[in-house]
Design a protein around this ligand. Structure first.
Ligand code: GDP
Ligand code: ZN
Length: 306
């Protein structure tokens, strides 16, 4: 039988068949990606073949289909191991807030670089619109100017009051979307606004515990009632890009990518080279200083998460 992985714990994988039935599966055999050592060979969003076990809601995965894309996170210890968070994504939403807590532009930029590196279209969702003061609305306008100018769609919503949720539903329809954002921005509230039946989730989790399954899970996929799927990532603070070469980094900033062919040197680092088209655009105010700061910060290996 064929299905899609909707949840994984590292040893157990929940697989959903096209008719909506779910099986708790284990893996048989080795699934390795060349050049990547992962702690989990199969991830949420993966398409797999599995053999159901007679008279049970369990099965054994024996085939993994090729991934269209995938997104990983580095393990916390600095080993080469990585964890695949999700596979086969159409887009990624980053939920951000401008107050309590404020998401920094540095954090947003790291997320966007990650999304560019994996070739996954990114959308910024500004939540807690109901809390915005006049000053907050000015900050929002400033953020939107920076990000809409370089092609990232921005939406402002209130998960609590339901404001503009239908706009998000339009974007989500018939697609597989990763939902990301640091803790406190309202991801759970947004999931509840988008999926009114979500209470199911808590009972399901306890069912897994009852079966003695290890329940630390980093991503979980839900079907949307109007078509499409959403992958929630509770407990994932930040996505990670493994091994972006300094030389490649500019390619993951669309406003730099678009201009760098005009740099005098084709190995320009866009730091202090003469004839650099990126620095010229920065000087002319065509590239946002905050974005350039993020470039330098990531280039130099600094942590801009604060
Ligand atoms: P998560 O950590 O990203 O899952 O965030 P939660 O959904 O748990 O929300 C964190 C806090 O922000 C909770 O107290 C929510 O009630 C609150 N919150 C979430 N969305 C909104 C919103 O749109 N407006 C307001 N005022 N509060 C919100
Ligand atoms: Zn340059």
């Amino acid at each position: 039988m064929q299905g899609i992985v909707t949840k994984s714990t590292g040893s157990w994988y929940q697989v959903q068949t096209p008719d909506g039935q779910r099986y708790d599966c284990r893996i048989k055999g080795k699934f390795r990606i060349k050049g990547l050592t992962t702690t989990n060979p199969v991830a949420v969003g993966d398409k797999v073949d599995f053999e159901p076990e007679p008279d049970q809601e369990t099965g054994v995965i024996h085939k993994l289909y090729e991934r269209r894309n995938y997104i990983i996170r580095k393990s916390i210890n600095l080993s080469k191991q990585a964890q695949i968070i999700a596979a086969n994504l159409d887009q990624a939403f980053l939920v951000v807030t401008l107050a309590s807590p404020r998401t920094s532009m540095g954090f947003i930029d790291r997320f966007l670089v990650t999304a560019e590196a994996y070739d996954i279209p990114a959308v910024l969702v500004f939540n807690k619109l109901d809390l915005f003061s006049d000053e907050g609305l000015e900050v929002l306008a400033a953020y939107k100017e920076v990000y809409e100018n370089i092609g990232y769609p921005c939406y402002e919503v209130s998960a609590l009051q339901g404001t503009n949720i239908p706009l998000l539903e339009n974007l989500l329809k018939d697609k597989t979307t990763l939902l990301s954002g640091h803790s406190g921005v309202g991801k759970s509230s947004l999931m509840n606004a988008l999926l009114p039946d979500l209470e199911l989730r808590t009972t399901e989790i306890s069912e897994w515990s009852d079966k003695g399954m290890h329940t630390t899970t980093f991503a979980e996929m839900y079907d949307l009632p109007y078509g499409g799927r959403i992958i929630d990532t509770p407990g994932i603070r930040e996505l990670g890009v493994i091994d972006i070469e300094q030389q490649e980094l500019g390619h993951f900033f669309p406003e730099m990518r678009q201009r760098m062919h005009n740099c005098r040197f084709n190995n320009c680092r866009h730091i202090n080279e003469p004839g650099c088209a990126v620095l010229a655009a920065l000087e002319d105010g065509e590239i946002a200083p905050s974005r350039y700061d993020s470039y330098l910060s990531i280039y130099n290996g600094n942590d801009t998460r604060a």
